[in-house]
Design a protein around this ligand. Structure first.
Ligand SMILES: *[C@@H]1O[C@H](CO)[C@@H](O)[C@H](O)[C@H]1NC(C)=O
Length: 121
């Protein structure tokens, strides 16, 4: 009897231990790109109101999300840069709204150095 209980307890402990790494979710594509567009536009306007970059969103091609201490959204998009040129960029938004300036935005645009900025939620 006691052994059975102990066995169950151990099984639960093992199951919990192995379940924890899965808190970091897999990468899944985002179906609703309008929602992503809103997120990108919101980030761009916050950065534009701050110290830049002063980009506008032109088009979102695709996006994926992953849960990692917040939500990591990767976006392939066209942006309009400060010289009014349309550019292909990979934008990563790491959203941790419980932190000060908890939104981290990384721009990887063709022919430009990678740029990482933070803004408030
Ligand atoms: C964006 O990411 C894709 C896939 O990882 C890559 O093939 C492409 O070169 C990247 N584009 C830029 C502008 O960094």
């Amino acid at each position: 009897m006691f052994t059975t209980k102990l066995f169950i307890l151990l099984s639960v402990a093992v199951a919990v231990t192995f379940a924890v790494p899965q808190m970091t979710g897999g990468v899944s594509p985002v179906e609703d790109l309008t929602e992503v567009e809103q997120e990108v536009k919101n980030s761009l306007s916050k950065l534009d109101a701050g110290d830049g970059p002063h980009y506008k969103l032109s088009k979102v091609y695709k996006a994926s999300r992953q849960v990692v201490e917040g939500v990591l959204t990767k976006i392939e998009a066209d942006i309009i840069d400060e010289e009014e040129k349309t550019q292909k960029c990979n934008i990563t938004i790491w959203s941790r709204p419980w932190l000060d300036n908890g939104i981290e935005v990384t721009f990887e645009c063709e022919g430009k150095p990678t740029l990482t900025k933070h803004h408030s939620a």
